[in-house]
Design a protein around this ligand. Structure first.
Ligand code: GLA
Length: 382
């Protein structure tokens, strides 16, 4: 059964009637620009076909009822009971009601049925997809008229304040604002966006996603540590954010930092911002060789300077490059998850087979693979 039908049926089981409508919000792959968003920098994600689906209907009281198709569980709460810093799968949804009301939007109760095929913990923004699909639904159901970027910000507020993860804006912006066939360039300071055409098939190329299936349980703590390092480095350098450090004279400027670790963290962010700008230019001039080089350089920077990779993703990148990929890098927050590989379409099967063989040989489970096509951002289905 497709997920839109699954949530429709789950909604009927929950309420005995049809939903007001069904909404969809996608996961994302980040083409390049990692850990730059919370440094006021640049990112270049695109939306995936994998998405969260939500059947929803308004209620006249302040009750929130949620059915999760994937977990086979239900959850109930009221608007009055909502409070930040909650755990559990339902907090990504309950928190959206909280964030909207905190921002002064008149939202009442709702019945919700959710299903998603975005892999959890793979660095593909499964949580942003859930937050964004509900922001979308409530914006329509309660006719709130919230602009797209503000919807993304409210979804991020849910993640930061209600769920308690100190993330940037990239994932929610990608899920909300991406358009089919494009990557989304986002300046995380000005919030300027550009839709950058991404038609790899026209050049006989594709992006293969390799999910290493490695999940890191301490990733949240590491994420916060990296953020703190960046804030300290920018403070010591006397700039509002690492975005403000120029590439020119970078080594000299960073040499003034008191700890080698801070030098490496700052170098990753500053060079990664430049790689995003260069990647946009490469895409606009159809230079996929250059795009591949930038992706591989981004991985090296995450591995050596930002230290957020781990052996499985490094192995996938190394084997992909040795088997004809034009570029490869880990995507997302780090410490496992997915690698994206840019390669000629004709090489994809052999390349995936080589990575799988290397994984099995080294005692790992075979990775999951799929081709990533840039899909549409969040919206109402019917
Ligand atoms: C996670 C966060 C994003 C971003 C990436 C790293 O996906 O949610 O805000 O910081 O990590 O680029």
């Amino acid at each position: 059964m497709t997920l839109d039908l699954a949530v429709h049926e789950a909604y009927r089981n929950l309420t005995g009637r049809d939903p007001d409508s069904i909404w969809r919000a996608p996961g994302r792959i980040n083409l390049i620009g990692e850990h730059t968003d919370y440094n006021d920098g640049f990112v270049l994600p695109f939306a995936l076909p994998q998405a969260a689906y939500l059947a929803a209907g308004r209620r006249e009281d302040d009750m929130i009822r949620i059915a999760s198709v994937d977990l086979g569980e239900q959850f109930e709460t009221t608007l009055a009971e909502l409070a930040p810093n909650q755990d559990g799968w339902h907090s990504y949804l309950a928190g959206v009601f909280w964030a909207l009301r905190e921002a002064g939007h008149q939202v009442g109760g709702a019945d919700l049925a959710l299903a998603s095929d975005v892999p959890i913990g793979a660095g593909l923004s499964s949580s942003a997809a859930i937050e964004c699909v509900l922001v979308e639904a409530l914006n329509d159901l309660y006719e709130l008229g919230i602009a797209p970027m503000d919807r993304a910000k409210l979804a991020r507020r849910t993640e930061n304040a209600y769920v308690g993860a100190p993330t940037g804006l990239m994932d929610q912006a990608a899920s909300t604002l991406c358009t089919e066939g494009h990557a989304l360039f986002l300046d995380c300071r000005s919030l300027e966006v550009q839709q950058v055409p991404l038609d790899l098939a026209a050049h006989g190329q594709a992006i293969l996603v390799i999910d290493t299936l490695t999940r890191h349980s301490h990733a949240d703590g590491e994420y916060a540590t990296r953020r703190a390092d960046c804030e300290r480095a920018s403070e010591l350098l006397g700039v509002p954010a690492l975005r403000d450090v120029a590439m020119e004279g970078l080594d000299d400027r960073l040499a003034g930092l008191p700890e080698e670790r801070l030098v490496r963290r700052a170098r990753h962010v500053v060079t990664e911002d430049q790689r995003v700008l260069d990647a946009c230019a490469a895409l606009r001039s159809d230079d996929l060789v250059r795009l591949g080089e930038l992706m591989t350089a981004s991985h090296a920077s995450m591995r050596d300077d930002y230290e957020i990779t781990e052996p499985s993703v490094d192995l996938a990148v190394e084997v992909a490059l040795a088997n004809g990929a034009s570029g490869a890098r880990m995507t997302g927050g780090g410490f496992g998850g997915c690698v994206l590989v840019l390669a000629d379409q004709t090489r994809l099967d052999a390349l995936a087979a080589a990575v799988t063989a290397a994984f099995v040989e080294s005692g790992r489970s075979a990775p999951a693979t799929f081709i990533a096509l840039p899909a549409a951002g969040a919206g109402r289905l019917i």
